[in-house]
Design a protein around this ligand. Structure first.
Ligand code: SF4
Length: 593
């Protein structure tokens, strides 16, 4: 396969060969860790020319394995100051593979705005993007489709990335609609792209899409094993039934009942009326307004958790709406109308911003009296006008929750700091006092509070907190090499599917048998160690494994209603006893909505 290197400073494009055998089982996040280790000085300015921006595909891209066409984007993060991999669905990764492209590395900085275009024969070239400057992601998509055709895949930044917002995303086109609604949203990858004056990456569909070559014997074995993966996904209640019907927004029911759904800036209480954002209401609004679900965001996905949402008047509003957005731009702000939530989602997608960090930032602003909880119109206007010269808070909001908290002076005030942030990155939509596994991996993880950083949501007996966090993080590292997290959740814990995917990985290496199943865990741990090593050189070490404000963070002091406990930090050592399972209260707590 091919590695394409784009020197933006000198506008020169070169190519090298990529041989998977040189990289073992690394794909996606693993390749990002490896290439950043080799090509990025961890002490560099993340918005300077020395920070490379990488686009790569998963280990199995170019095979029939479902959800294997994830796009991984990586660089040193301008938000956290550490290593960053941010992944998304959409069509771009498959189009890269169509042209045998494993990795694209952008180095240096362009003087003028450009975009990279890869034609239908796989030939890359740089073009002026001056006429697209100032455009948000949806208009860029429209303009590029008009210029080329409907079959192109696009990754682009909006105005947030152009303005170097530290929580700006890179948005990619979804499969059915071709709209740029799939975001590599975390860690400010959009700002890195903006710092290079790279507006977009456009790839034409190939007439002869590439598939990884196999002998007839290998293909027969691979296809047979793949049936076990398909069965595991279809027979898992989450990936076989719930996700296709409701999408990941179904998570609201689970966390709402547990008391882990954030409400009014993670106040730790059970969210009253969570059903207004729950699966039944969500599905009803989706269908009644003329939208639809059960959409695959990328070619070959059999889970199909994506959706397209229309407003009450039946007009298209947004697509690819996920649990995190519903929770953090919804209940976390005291907003329970799905039209309002999806308006915030659309604004963030269009401007190219992370809905998680923006949702948490708005929550902190509301908690400090800048807006009222439940003021949907105020929140929407604040985001919409973020880059207006009249916007007082836009300059902080564009840099996320930690920046807003700094601007409010929370970092300097005495007392408890109600700021849901770890390593400058905002919490995903799970209260760590209730689902401790996430909190541990957010505290300890190399990328801060990532929604994809820790899948061990429950307490694991006999492991130290550090071991539990590392186990959880390593599992996710491997997942991000192989598949979409949702599909992986059905595969990794299935007694037939886990060995099957292990062997499928071996077939791609040309191995006659194996590898041993422990390869999966070793692979993840190897990636995690590369990430920790990068961060250590960047000055981020484990003695900083604390939430915003250090030991004064609210998570260590305010008890959650569900568990009657504070968050038990990595720093506190093992829990004296496993936490009791949370129970729903007889009567929900009252608080101003
Ligand atoms: S499971 Fe959902 S997010 Fe994952 S690849 Fe499929 S549609 Fe995309």
């Amino acid at each position: 396969m091919r590695i394409i290197k784009v020197d933006l400073t000198h506008q020169v494009i070169t190519e090298e060969e990529f041989n998977q055998k040189d990289y073992g089982f690394l794909g996606g996040r693993g390749l990002i860790a490896k290439f950043l280790t080799d090509y990025c000085d961890p002490t560099c300015d993340p918005l300077g020319p020395e920070n490379p921006l990488l686009f790569t595909t998963g280990y199995f891209s170019g095979t029939i394995l479902t959800t294997s066409n994830r796009l991984s984007i990586g660089a040193k993060s301008p938000l956290t100051g550490g290593i960053k991999e941010s992944n998304s669905g959409g069509t771009l990764a498959r189009r890269m593979t169509d042209h045998q492209i494993k990795l694209i590395m952008f180095q240096g900085q362009s003087k003028d705005w450009v975009y990279l275009y890869i034609d239908k024969d796989g030939k890359p070239s740089l073009h002026s993007a001056e006429s697209y400057v100032g455009m948000d992601c949806y208009p860029v998509g429209d303009a590029m489709r008009k210029k080329y055709n409907d079959r192109i895949a696009i990754a682009t930044i909006g105005t947030a990335g152009e303005n170097l917002g530290l929580v700006s995303s890179i948005m990619s086109t979804e499969m059915n609609s071709g709209l740029p609604c799939r975001g590599a949203a975390r860690g400010g990858m959009g700002a890195v792209m903006g710092s290079k004056k790279l507006k977009a990456l456009v790839i034409e569909h190939s007439d002869d899409p590439y598939m990884i070559p196999m002998t007839d014997e290998q293909r027969a074995e691979f296809n047979e094993l793949n049936k076990k993966i398909v069965n595991a996904i279809y027979n898992n209640p989450l990936t076989g039934q719930t996700m296709p019907l409701y999408g990941s927004a179904a998570g609201v029911d689970t966390t709402g009942k547990m008391g882990a759904l954030p409400w009014n800036n993670f106040n730790g209480k059970f969210t009253p009326d969570w059903e207004r954002l729950g699966t039944q209401q969500w599905r009803k609004n989706l269908i009644d307004h003329g939208g639809h679900g059960t959409i695959p965001c990328q070619p070959g996905c059999i889970v199909r958790c994506s959706n397209e949402y229309c407003d009450k008047n039946g007009n298209y509003l947004s697509a690819g709406i996920e649990y995190e957005t519903v929770a953090l731009c919804g209940s976390n702000l005291g907003i329970f109308d799905t039209d309002h939530v999806c308006t915030l989602d659309r604004l963030c997608d269009d401007m190219g911003m992370d809905t998680i960090d923006i949702g948490c930032a708005l929550g902190v602003l509301m908690d400090n009296g800048i807006l009222e909880f439940g003021d949907a119109e105020g929140a929407i206007n604040m985001v919409r006008n973020m880059f207006s010269p009249d916007s007082k808070w836009g300059q902080y909001l564009k840099d996320g929750c930690a920046s807003v908290a700094d601007a409010l002076g929370i970092d300097k005030k005495e007392g408890i700091k109600r700021v849901p942030v770890s390593k400058r990155q905002a919490f995903a939509a799970y209260d760590p006092r209730v689902i401790r596994g996430y909190g541990l991996s957010w505290e300890r993880g190399p990328m801060g509070a990532d929604h994809t950083s820790g899948s061990a949501a429950t307490y694991i007996p006999n492991l130290t907190p550090e071991q539990q966090a590392d186990y959880s993080l390593a599992v996710t590292c491997t997942c991000d090499c192989f598949m979409c997290l949702f599909a992986w959740s059905a595969v990794n814990y299935n007694p037939e599917a886990r060995p099957a995917i292990c062997r499928m990985a071996g077939i791609l290496q040309g191995m006659e048998e194996g590898p041993d199943m422990s390869m999966i865990d070793r692979n993840g741990m190897q990636i995690l160690q590369m990430e920790y090593a990068f961060n250590a050189k960047a000055g981020i070490t484990h003695d900083q494994d604390r939430f915003y404000g250090g030991k004064d963070n609210f998570q260590y002091h305010e008890k959650a209603e569900a568990t009657q406990n504070v968050f038990w930090s990595v720093q506190n050592g093992p829990l004296p006893t496993p936490p009791a399972p949370p129970a729903a209260p007889a009567k929900p707590a009252e608080e101003k909505k």
